[in-house]
Design a protein around this ligand. Sequence first.
Ligand code: PLP
Length: 410
Amino acid sequence: MQTSGSTKSKLALFGGTPVRGHEKRWPEWPQFDETDKQALLGVLESRRWWDGERVQIFQKEFAALQDAGHCVVCNSGTTALIIALRALGVGPGDEVIVPPYTFVATASAVAWMGAVPVFVDVDETWNLDIDLAEGAVTERTKAIIPVHFGGALCDMDRLNALSEKHGVWIVEDACHAWGAKWKGKGAGALGRCGTFSFQQSKNMTAGEGGAIVTDDEELAVLCRSLVDCGRGTDGIWYNHPRVGTNARLSEFQAALLSAQLLRLEAQNEVRQTNAAILNQGLGRIEGLVAQPRDPRETRPVYHLYCLRVDPARFGCSRQRLIEAADREGLPLSAGYARPLNRQGAFLDGPNRQRYEVSLCPVAEDLCQTSALWLTHPVLLGTPEDMRDIVEIFQKIKAHASELNTGEGER
Ligand SMILES: Cc1ncc(COP(=O)(O)O)c(C=O)c1O
């Protein structure tokens, strides 16, 4: 890629002209149009705001999207993990292997069950290191929760082989992978079950919301009961054969999700096309490496566009790069500040010694030094927007040494 004239000009951080002025906006999120408005109005006017057909319809639509036999919706991705673990009988005395580089819910759902989250480092894919995961299996391991981080699918062939060999369940945390497919089959339906989030920042959203998908009918029936106050299947309203909770989704949320679903595939395609432009442009910049994608992903999905910066090779620290990018008009995030094995939530109690920093050096490096996230609304921009991103990185790279010395600083 040609370097443009702007790489020669002064960094905006030091008073130069930014690559993107204020007139250039990134796409807003969430997105909606008349379809979403009518869907919500339809529920309002129906006076059926819960336990109606919108939830049933959305469950069928989402199961079809992920190639799953069944979908059970609930009020969040966190709840979806909790319900799935509860349905699988995970409880005190059990261990569940989780990556430390993920949102807290992946591990807190395990701890909420009274079980022990066993943190196993990620590898260069940003996903669970499967060799290390196999080494961490004990007779107490009940499940593994691989996270398809940023939408990049874990090697499900190896995870399913490991599951069979050791008799542990694979519960996919697919909270970043709506519409993603591995060898033709949808994420979430590749292991024993999988969970999704529809929280505001996600690629399809109702503000809050979650889902469990599975091919196992018995498991789906149990999850549905747990989400709905432990009700039985006999249709008797005040029959509760088990302890459950009320984690139902409302009709408003389901109607909105059906509307959001109508544009998900087209949006995912735009993100994929734009990610390819970024791969091409950023791949040539020394010191930057994009999160790798497995060729067995037959429909790649991007919740985040993830990059690692090597400060020594790029020429400046991640923090200075983020500051400079911000002034050039690019919102870049450093992501999680610390891996979960160092979060206070998991440091109390008898398992403390398991969570030493040295156990997860890759996650530690991502958090402290190298991770850079571009969020998915940015990937909904135009090809010109993507070229701006490449230009911003090129410009900063060309001036990286000034960022180290502070030359030209305010
Ligand atoms: C990987 C992952 N798992 C689980 C969750 C939990 O989802 P929710 O926020 O809907 O509870 C999130 C949400 O950010 C997530 O990113």
